[in-house]
Design a protein around this ligand. Structure first.
Ligand code: ZN
Ligand code: ZN
Length: 340
């Protein structure tokens, strides 16, 4: 099969590799679409490293069709349309047993720890597959696997009540999905914060109550408070120590904050916010497999719309050009999808 192989920072290398062979409990998928995540862009740019030494096939936002079954698989059939839960987990460790497989001790993420889907075919455990109805395109399915499910899992940690005010920092594809989940599923009033006007317009289209244009040189916390009085909850989708701090500073006493944007840099945290104001700060990683069928139902019934998140599509042969465009931010983009 053809694959785009990561061999270290720099362009992916397109080459022929052997087709994967599904083992016991595994299936072989014909990959139809794979989203290009900003994680992948960072890896190619040398700003982030996969947990497996190269060569490695990247790509974890997968939709496809079952083409072969390994021994012992009877939960799916050849020809079925599916999407893939991106975390391969052991099912045995304490976190898996308590229903938090995204924290599995043995977790392996597609395209980071093991070969992913920038390729013609992918082998995965059958239990990682979720059926995709014919009414949802493969590209939309790829959005559901990560950009929607990760946002949904993060919003669910806030236990939002109707009409509560939630400030969402960053209106990229995950932030926009969090906005539509918070507004349309929980009935919360969302204030979206971003530096780009077109993203704020999209935030309003996704159900945001108000938007705030961030200014790099200004603390936006007073602006947020003047818009809503009290901010009940905040979410950060940027991964910037400054916006982490603003999210935590903006919420009322007893407010809740979820940090989703990835950063490895320490940031200042006022202990008073935690012990005197009882602000609850947590993070959120990926999603739970059980959340994905629910999200498929919401997309199928049009309560959530993800079609408009697909701003670019390309062939596997053009993947490097598309990654370069995403890295340079040379076009307005949310999610670019590779179509096999
Ligand atoms: Zn992703
Ligand atoms: Zn486990």
């Amino acid at each position: 099969m053809k694959a785009a192989v990561y061999k270290g920072p720099g362009p992916l290398v397109l080459r022929e590799v052997a087709d994967p062979v599904p083992g016991a409990g595994e299936v072989l998928l014909k990959v139809k679409t794979c989203g290009i995540c900003h994680t992948d862009v960072a890896i190619v740019e040398g700003n982030y490293f996969p947990r497996h030494t190269p060569p490695l096939i990247l790509g974890h936002e997968v939709a496809g069709e079952v083409v072969a079954l390994g021994p012992g698989v009877d939960s799916v059939k050849e020809g079925e349309r599916v999407i893939v839960y991106q975390c391969l987990t052991c099912g045995q460790c304490p976190r898996c047993r308590e229903g938090r497989p995204n924290l599995c001790a043995e977790i392996k993420t597609l395209g980071l720890d093991i070969d992913g889907a920038y390729a013609g075919y992918l082998k995965v455990p059958a239990r990682n597959l979720i059926r995709l109805p014919a009414t949802i395109s493969f590209a939309e399915g790829s959005i559901i696997t990560d950009a929607l499910s990760t946002a949904f899992h993060a919003v669910s940690k806030l236990n939002l009540a109707k009409d509560e005010v939630v400030a969402i920092f960053g209106a990229g594809v995950l932030g926009l999905n969090a906005i539509q989940v918070a507004a349309r599923i929980y009935g919360a009033r969302v204030i979206a914060i971003d530096l780009e006007d077109w993203k704020l317009e999209m935030a309003l289209a996704k159900g945001a109550w108000q938007v705030l244009h961030a200014d790099k040189d200004r603390d936006i916390v007073p602006g947020l408070r003047s818009m809503a009085g009290e901010i009940d909850a905040a979410m950060e989708f940027i991964g910037n120590p400054r916006t982490y701090h603003q999210a935590i500073a903006s919420v009322r006493r007893g407010g809740r904050v979820v940090l989703v944007g990835a950063s490895v840099h320490p940031f200042p945290l006022e202990p008073l916010r935690l012990f005197k104001d009882e602000v609850n700060v947590t993070g959120s990683y990926a999603s739970l497999p059980g959340e994905i069928p629910y999200l498929i139902d919401l997309v199928e019934s049009r309560k959530l719309v993800v079609k408009d998140m697909v701003t670019h599509t390309c062939s596997l042969e053009k993947i490097n050009e598309t990654i370069t465009m995403l890295a340079r931010r040379s076009e307005k983009s949310l999610r670019a999808i590779v179509e096999m």
